[in-house]
Unconditional design. Sequence first.
Length: 159
Amino acid sequence: MNGERWIVTAAHDDGSITACCGGGGGQVVLPAAYVAEHVELAYAATAHRAQGRTVDTAHALVSSNRTREVLYVAATRGRQSNRLYVDTASDPDAATGHRDLTEKQTMRQVLVGILAREGADRSTHETIPTRRTPRTASAGCTPSTSPSLAMPRPTAGRR
């Protein structure tokens, strides 16, 4: 049941609930102690948890520290509508208390910044061309001859 969504069909006076699986099937009665400890409402979720789900309407809070992949998930879950609420006064490091030092951005600036921020991991072959400098390029360094990418040779007697 971890991460699954169920529909509550009855709430009982003792704190237990009767629920059925969202995809159909039988009903179960969840004891009050289990409900108190492990049951959460499913009307809100992180973009990571929402990935792969489709809902009637989606509402997403978007701040400047998000990536374009997370924005895509947050903005595409709703069947009938998707709404983005853009935080233009977000402090990227609230723990250090820079809120008054952080310049307020426009909604457009926040969204352009998010779209420019790639969060997906890149392979070595994708990364190397972006890391080449004019010096290494003119020296003929390529991914296959770069000393930093050479595999160490096995030494005798070691496996």
